[in-house]
Design a protein around this ligand. Structure first.
Ligand code: ZN
Length: 98
């Protein structure tokens, strides 16, 4: 999971970095960039959560089953080094989404 998501099935917060066995599906294109849909089952209550990539805004969108905890910083975050950084310290310092 590339961000924190509230599970709509039970209200559980699924943390950023939790790994899922997602089903990956190409659902379209934005210019030459493929748009992917990931469908996964929440670990808390078997809720199905669908996430799509959004190449236009360089972010992810939760389309069903859950809600992104914070989304107003998404476009900022995905463009900044903080989200790709291996350092927890720099991530926490510069990225309020985390
Ligand atoms: Zn749940």
């Amino acid at each position: 999971m590339p961000f924190n998501v509230w599970c709509e099935g039970c209200g559980h917060l699924i943390g950023k970095g939790v790994r899922f066995n997602a089903e990956k599906q190409e659902i379209g294109k934005y210019h030459s960039t493929k748009i992917w849909s990931f469908t996964m089952t929440a670990p808390c209550c078997q809720q199905r959560i669908e996430v799509q990539t959004d190449p236009k805004n360089a972010q992810y969108n939760v389309v069903s089953g859950g809600k992104q905890k914070v989304n107003q910083h998404m476009s900022c975050c995905t463009q900044h080094v903080c989200c790709n950084s291996q350092s927890d310290q720099s991530m926490q310092g510069s990225c309020s989404m985390l």
